[in-house]
Ligand binder design. Structure first.
Ligand code: TYD
Length: 208
């Protein structure tokens, strides 16, 4: 059995990733391509429990280090539960976020640094590197304008904006460091145009 390909989707909050995943799901089903969709953090019983801890607004006192380790813990469990079995069955694995999220959010935006975050993830990844990563390139400012428009001056959103800008810069740095794996798609295009680019990339990389 030929191993399946491992495809990850990345981008800032509000970049339109969910729409693309929906379109891809429809495409793969219509073309009878064996696949699974999964997400991080989560995608299995234990990983979903870790997701609950990570995203629970009551856990505000969580340290940045704890956060990074929990994302990595969720990752290693999710690999065993969902990714490994599907790849060995020859299926395409489509994962909504993966290690690049940890590099952008924890290493760059939280400021933990690439060294620490890469080290814990080297342990968590067990050599499961994505074959292709689609980065939907939309700045947080543009994502925010699309979502809220008039609320641009909201104080809390502004405070959050600095963090999201660092996430974006982190993604750009990751993409620049691995241009053969991380494929950037212009997120300012219409959803259909973005999807056409996604399909082209996946065909070129031999995933479809
Ligand atoms: P989610 O609601 O799934 O957001 P989205 O639909 O944008 O993917 O929440 C996941 C959040 O977790 C998102 O803000 C990014 C963050 N995250 C990290 O900070 N580090 C990571 O390693 C991963 C996988 C996600």
């Amino acid at each position: 059995m030929v191993r399946g390909k491992f495809i990850t989707f990345e981008g800032c909050d509000g970049c339109g990733k969910s729409t693309q995943l929906r379109l891809l799901s429809k495409y793969l089903t219509e073309n009878s391509i064996p696949h699974i969709f999964t997400r991080e953090p989560g995608g299995g019983k234990i990983s979903e429990a870790i997701r609950e801890i990570l995203l629970n607004g009551k856990n505000m006192e969580m340290t940045d280090e704890c956060e990074a380790l929990l994302y990595a813990a969720s990752r290693v469990q999710h690999l065993s539960d969902r990714v490994e079995p599907a790849l060995s069955e020859g299926k395409l694995v489509i994962c909504d976020r993966y290690v690049d999220s940890s590099l952008a959010y924890q290493a760059y935006a939280r400021g933990l640094g690439l060294d620490f975050v890469s080290k814990i993830n080297a342990f968590a990844l067990k050599n499961y590197r994505p074959d292709v990563t689609i980065f939907i390139d939309l700045t947080p400012e543009d994502a925010f304008k699309r979502k809220h428009g008039a609320d641009e001056n909201d104080r809390l959103e502004k405070a959050g904006m600095e963090f999201h800008k660092r996430v974006y810069d982190g993604y750009k740095a990751v993409a620049a460091a691995e241009p053969d794996r991380v494929m950037c798609v212009d997120g300012m295009q219409t959803p259909d145009e973005i999807f056409a680019d996604v399909v082209k990339i996946l065909q070129k990389k031999g995933c479809l």
